[in-house]
Design a protein around this ligand. Structure first.
Ligand SMILES: *Cc1c(COP(=O)(O)O)cnc(C)c1O
Length: 226
């Protein structure tokens, strides 16, 4: 049952935080509802979940339209194409996938049109095996500097999608690497705080390594319909 899965995940989040001597309250659960039907989202929202993650703008738009009356904060966690930016800015509270100057300029432009300050995370690619998207570690500062002149974009942290390993401990070096990059950048750019990392099978390790947002789909909802 969904309610049991939710409480089990919160328990795991709490214990992982305590193992790392962290305050469990600083970790946000993002319920990844991509490929899940509306009913499931309503059920989860009724059970108290508030932040939902989607990875395709069109699919999200349809859901967000139908769920207007729910107090839901929507996060865009998938790769964002420039031609989808307008709707992404309209519908999402946070975009986790900023990975180029071009995208930053486009997000800023659309946000300016509707008088919004768009909250974003920079997606970093830490290895070749990883998802194709994300910017390299050595390009991050340049992107942050570029965004200084973009008044309708607010960078709040970093996100990564590490390669998949059956053993969640094998992912640990990627999570700790992202934290090190965050700690380094935060000295110069104190607004870089959030670490969006960890999915169903490795979120506990991600939390031990400093995650502030975990993106969990399958462990909450089971497999989606494709
Ligand atoms: C699908 C997805 C998730 C959730 O993955 P699960 O393994 O189902 O928890 C998290 N982050 C991103 C970027 C995703 O696309």
């Amino acid at each position: 049952m969904l309610s049991q899965r939710i409480s089990s995940i919160f328990k795991k989040i709490t214990y992982a935080a305590l193992r790392a001597e962290r305050n469990p309250e600083e970790i946000k659960l993002i319920a990844v509802s991509k490929s899940q039907p509306i009913d499931k989202i309503i059920e989860a929202a009724d059970l108290g979940l508030r932040i939902f993650g989607e990875s395709k703008v069109q699919e999200a738009k349809d859901k967000i339209d139908k769920l207007k009356n729910f107090n839901i904060e929507w996060h865009m966690i998938g790769h964002l194409q420039t031609n989808k930016v307008k709707n992404a800015v309209k519908f999402f509270e946070v975009i986790h996938s900023l990975d180029s100057e071009k995208l930053a300029v486009s997000i800023n432009k659309e946000a300016e049109k509707i008088n919004k300050i768009q909250r974003v995370l920079i997606q970093i690619k830490l290895s070749h095996e990883e998802s194709k998207y994300g910017i390299g570690e050595d390009e991050v500062e340049k992107l942050i500097e570029k965004c200084k002149n973009l008044n309708n974009i607010k960078i709040e942290g970093l996100m990564t999608i590490p390669p998949y390993f059956d053993d969640p401990n094998a992912v640990r070096p990627y999570f700790s690497k992202l934290r090190q990059i965050r700690d380094f950048l935060a000295k110069k750019y104190p607004f870089i705080k959030e670490l969006s990392m960890g999915m169903s099978h490795d979120f506990e390790v991600a939390i031990e390594e400093g995650a502030t947002m975990v993106r969990i789909g399958t462990a909450l909802f089971g497999q989606g319909i494709k």
